[in-house]
Design a protein around this ligand. Structure first.
Ligand code: UDP
Ligand code: MG
Length: 321
């Protein structure tokens, strides 16, 4: 069989309701491209019958490849597993809940053929999200823009086209903290964008709680910027300078007028304020320390329990799990 030119990488976690519709929607689009293609599904330890459905889909369409991870590793790791196995000259990560419009794929591919090495699908509106979530997202992006060494494009998610060159770089990035928005942006290369509108999930539900979003936001900040770590030099410097000024004022006060009040309240406030700052700075150092700990263990990023249609297939046995 021809080596695929276009690889689709679709992580799937509990997507039994969506697999058939997704395959039915994307297959004609890929056929229309006129080049050999493959779809690499990564089952991220689903608890429903996602894997059975994927293997069944492969039985009728051998260009569908399946990787089963040994447990739920999270979407970013599942995506990384897919990228490591995709063989196309262009690779398109996409969600299989039909939120990313498959009709956009020809446009992504067209820009790639015209010379772009990364083609971002950028959301034009986030109208399907609430006002609070939208403004928080806006705030977050501008903060990230300011703090990061690499610019993370606004409103672009995983849905995009990556040239082989970029995929090869990403496959070499060993970090365990897979903040994909940052990882995708880091290699650079010639980038173009295509606007799109995200759709509501076709079936099932998304597991994003507010707390998970918060952790995700922090992950992005701490794994792609050292600014929160370095800022304490300046905060400390400012505090020390302030203390010096206050010292000078106090000496003059003492010498000229004498000091009458014992200053109990001011002492307490200053103490509490700086204890708070200390704990905060310790906490932020802890965030980095925890990340160093994760990295330093050097565990494999993901564990594959079985593959279908990819190089080192497990010994043949009944394909149904
Ligand atoms: N996903 C995954 N592992 C997870 C959670 C999600 O592989 O632990 C997949 C999921 O099946 C979907 C994609 O990642 O294809 C996006 O997930 P979801 O729709 O829950 O996120 P959202 O669209 O809300 O960002
Ligand atoms: Mg989704």
């Amino acid at each position: 069989m021809d080596a695929p030119a276009i690889s689709i990488v679709a992580p799937a976690y509990n997507e039994a309701k969506n697999i058939a519709a997704f395959v039915a929607a994307i297959t004609p689009v890929l056929e229309g491209l006129g080049e050999p293609w493959e779809i690499v599904f990564v089952d991220d330890g689903s608890r429903d019958d996602t894997i059975g459905l994927l293997v069944a889909a492969r039985a009728t369409e051998p260009r569908i490849k399946v990787i089963a991870l040994a447990r739920n590793f999270g979407k970013d790791v599942a995506l990384s597993a897919g990228l490591a196995h995709a063989r196309g000259r262009a690779v398109i990560p996409i969600d299989c809940d039909l939120q990313h419009p498959v009709e956009l794929i020809p446009e992504l591919v067209a820009k790639w053929r015209a010379g772009a090495e990364m083609v971002l699908a950028v959301r034009t509106t986030r109208a399907e999200e609430g006002l609070v979530r939208r403004s928080l997202a806006g705030l977050y992006y501008s903060l990230m823009q300011r703090m990061n060494d690499v610019a993370i494009p606004r409103n672009a998610g995983d849905f995009r086209l990556l040239d082989r060159k970029i995929v090869d770089v990403i496959n070499q990035m060993p970090e365990r903290c897979r903040f994909m928005k940052g990882i995708f942006a880091w290699p650079g290369f010639k980038t173009e964008t295509v606007p799109f509108q995200a759709r509501p999930r076709a079936g099932g539900d998304s597991g994003w709680s507010l707390f998970k979003l918060w952790r995700f936001a922090l992950d992005g900040l701490f794994s792609f910027s050292t600014a929160p770590l370095k800022i304490w030099t300046y905060i400390g410097g400012l505090a020390a300078a302030g203390a010096f000024v206050y010292l000078a004022i106090t000496i003059v006060q003492k010498l000229v007028w004498g000091i009458a009040a014992p200053g109990y309240a001011s002492l307490l406030i200053v103490m509490l304020f700086f204890s708070g700052l200390h704990l905060l700075s310790n906490g932020i150092q802890g965030e980095y320390l925890a990340r160093i700990f994760e990295e330093v263990k050097g565990r494999p990023l993901f564990v594959v329990s079985r593959k279908w249609g990819l190089d080192d297939d497990a010994p043949p046995r009944d394909p149904a799990p």
